[in-house]
Write a protein of this length. Sequence first.
Length: 381
Amino acid sequence: MPADSTPARSTPRTVLLNASFAPSLLNFRGRLIEAMAAAGHDVHVTAPGIDPALAARLKGLGATPHDVRLSKAGLSPVADVSYYRQLKRVIRGVGADLVVSYTIKPNIWGSLAARAAGAASISMVTGLGYAFIEGGGVKRRLVRTASRLLYRLATAANHVVIFQNPDDEADFIAAGCLADPSKARRINGSGVDMDWYAPAPLPAQAVFLMISRLLVNKGVGEYGAAASAILAKRRDARFLLAGYPDEGPDGIDPADLEAWQKSGLEYLGRLDDVRPAIAEASVYVLPSYREGTPRSVLEAMAMGRPVVTTDVPGCRETVVDGDNGFLVDPRDPVALAKAMERLIDEPALRTRMGSNGLALCRAKYDVEQVNAVLMRHLSLA
């Protein structure tokens, strides 16, 4: 099938879903895989590092897993070409006629591999991320330029490109990454399972939580600095940080993490199940520089938590300022600390904002609603 053809809607398809982080297939796309399989499609998935336990769970959802090698950080031409070749072999080996990818490298190399193998393809731009955030040195600028050129080639092979917020769509097109804007579609993030992330009572104490890879562009530094500043003058609140270190160019310096812990911040490490940590918290914080739609924020909203996040693409879509949380300027630990202190001082506000966030999540981000729209965009419904 030519890469620019539109797949038929009712015919069962052989679909390949490509990810850059294996657990995300289960945590972020598990319900989508189930929906694809339930609709009669033959579903295959790829990611690096699919271990036997994850493979078994993916098979239980109705997908056939394929482990591939992928260098996630930076540009590595040899590794990237190897990844492209692996994907092309999988596409041809399983007879995939539709290739769906998310995150930058699967989007680029999955789309190009699909074109070479004669399959249709769709990219899901779940955030513009590190390669599109302005600033940085020569290396950042080179990565940004190369990423935009490669994305333009990849989206030329796609018949649909799916975005999670209007800012990403507009900036992606303005950067020259999508020559044909008529291919663009939009959904409300990846959705959240409202049954799995069930509401939990708010603790009486102000307990703040951030869950993220330990990256500069996620705002971990601002959270650490704001928490340390508050803890230096009062001890009637707790500050939790969960997530795993990242050795890429945007990773947090371990010395900074150690300093925040000495000031009183509680580092939880990587969590396999974030629900107990969210239940322990009374406010969720994500001071990111840019997102597609931050899944951790949706999980916290589904469990009835108010949110403090930044007034940036993706994040601003999830919070009505003053209603279900606060929006603050990015890269501003002072503004972040001010918003958090207000929520320390006003427990009734925490309760009201948490309830409002739960209502917004139910109306806009329920995974069943999101996947119904997504399946139509994928021409799989």
